[in-house]
Design a protein around this ligand. Structure first.
Ligand code: THU
Length: 130
């Protein structure tokens, strides 16, 4: 795991907009040109409109013109010491916007648990189902 990813995520954790849950989450993406793109969760008084950190980072990368094949790894961090893994909605988005073999690192305390993207959502619904 690239140490820069962890530091980048930890740097932006303080920018999470978490008025309602007080549960800051940050994500950092590593791209194939070594660029790192970060994201935080951004909540809303209409709770369902909250954007998770993972989706903020991915949508920012796509906004800058990066695509699935450019994405190597994503790291997710919180202030908690237990493992926090992506929610179901984010798993669906990760499954489409990142390669199957991309690494998903979940940082907790002094540990990092890593899985491949395809392990997060077996039998995912995809564009091939349309
Ligand atoms: N959240 C994320 O940003 N990413 C995750 O992987 C889990 C949950 C956010 C959504 C909400 O703002 C807060 O954490 C509590 O659910």
């Amino acid at each position: 795991m690239n140490e820069r990813l962890l530091h980048a995520a930890q740097d932006v954790l303080k920018h999470a907009y978490v008025k309602y849950s007080n549960f800051p989450v940050a994500a950092a993406l590593l791209l194939d040109d070594d660029t790192i793109i970060t994201g935080v969760n951004v909540e809303n008084a209409s709770f369902g409109l909250t954007n998770c950190a993972e989706r903020t980072a991915l949508f920012t990368a796509y906004t800058q013109g990066y695509r699935k094949e450019n994405i190597k790894e994503i790291l997710i961090t919180t202030a908690k010491t237990h493992l926090v893994s992506p929610c179901g909605a984010c798993r669906q988005v990760l499954s489409e916007l990142m390669p199957k073999e991309a690494l998903v690192h979940m940082h907790h305390g002094n540990n990092i648990t890593t899985v491949r993207n395809e392990e997060l959502l077996p039998l995912a619904f995809s564009e091939e189902d349309l």
